[in-house]
Design a binder for this molecule. Sequence first.
Ligand code: GLN
Length: 306
Amino acid sequence: MDLEAILDGVFGDVSDHIGEGKVADYIPALAKIDPRKFGMAVATVDGGIVTLGDAGEPFSIQSVSKVFTLTLALGRVGEGLWKRVGREPSGTPFNSIVQLEHEHGIPRNPFINAGAIVVADTLLSGHEPRETLGEVLSFMRHIAGDETIVIDREVARSEQQTGFRNAALANYMFAFSNIHNPVEKTLGVYFHQCALSMSCVQLARAGLFLANRGRLASGHSVVSAERARRINALMLTCGHYDASGDFAFRVGLPGKSGVGGGILCIAPGKAAIAVWSPGLNANGNSAAGTRAMESFARRSGWSIFG
Ligand code: GLN
């Protein structure tokens, strides 16, 4: 398959839409990002990489980080994680509070903010935030095969100063004993993991193990094939919050979005695809990025639905 030609075609399809949507200005450090940035990278299971546009420029991966902290948390606590967080789509926005009272402080899934805060809390237990973040960063560098990946402290600080909704979620879950560490520490881990700064190339490489039955392109095992399959299932059903159904309908691949404008998609057995375009649609997912994934899936014919 000529992936270069496919990406050229994708660019033709989306170029009129680049700059569409609204950047995430509720995190002040993200408000100043140029909405016209656009990059895409496809990392294939044979170790190849094909790129388009600003694919080498680091951006704030935000909620795409939740895929990787979930992977680490499952490695740490195993299936016991599911006592503290569910596996169902929420049908509500990423930062919603409304279900938590009905469901006694157990978030619907690990990809809405409340669920990812619980996941961060499991990684923190027994450690200081600095150690947990060191573990997250080493893991990202390892799976991306790139030691230059960093956490953008300015973005983390910016969110820490304005993250009142996340603070409300964490405090509320603490009241149900579903946060075990001091709330400020757990939130510190969460805000810093969201502030991981990665390019489309680094993100596609980091996600490749999910397309490759749990293994890196080198053959090194990260998780079992079964676990990779299950993480993909959660990405498909919950990765785009209340737009997860629409994303499955339009793209047909497991995907995880972030308010930095990034989306990571998994084509099992084939490739991991990352796109970045900072303008967001009403659901907080990259507007042009979603269009680009839709175009890519149509042109490649890659879909988990046949
Ligand atoms: N750090 C962001 C927040 O907690 C992540 C949200 C997102 O990317 N959807 O609000």
